[in-house]
Write a protein that binds this ligand. Structure first.
Ligand code: 5GP
Length: 122
């Protein structure tokens, strides 16, 4: 198999390969989205690249710009489809230890379903 995601050693690689279950809520040619196993809000969905294994945002390069844009736009599309775009939502990408990243396959968090306030915690 030539798909680079076949070498993705993370738990998200297992989800992409359907080796472990996940509640998948959105999928297109490049992006897979599924519910976070430990939700931090009533809606907490993770958007990940399906075919490219980029460990962190710091590992992304100019050639990944379209893919990163697709992650963001997939989240926006999902929010519209599910009817909470009007009320609003938050997207977050954690990078490495200080950013709180625990799974080293780049991903976007989409949080919604309640007022999230103005802070980012710490
Ligand atoms: P990070 O902390 O790396 O930004 O986000 C990783 C997220 O993945 C966490 O919010 C965590 O709850 C979620 N997560 C970790 N393992 C699994 C899993 O096996 N299934 C699902 N659906 N989410 C997971």
């Amino acid at each position: 198999m030539n798909d680079p995601a076949s070498n993705n050693p993370t738990i998200f690689g297992k989800i992409i390969r359907r080796e472990i279950p996940a509640q998948i809520v959105y999928e297109d040619d490049d992006v897979l989205a599924f519910k976070d196993i430990a939700p931090q809000a009533p809606v907490h969905v993770l958007f990940i690249p399906k075919h490219v294994h980029i460990a962190t945002l710091d590992d992304a390069r100019a050639g990944d710009a379209v893919l990163l844009g697709k992650l963001v736009l997939a989240a926006a599309e999902y929010a519209r489809r599910e009817g909470f775009a009007q009320n609003g939502y938050r997207v977050v990408m954690n990078c490495r230890d200080d950013g709180g990243q625990t799974v080293y396959h780049i991903h976007l968090h989409l949080l919604a379903g309640k007022p999230l306030g103005h802070g980012f915690g710490g």
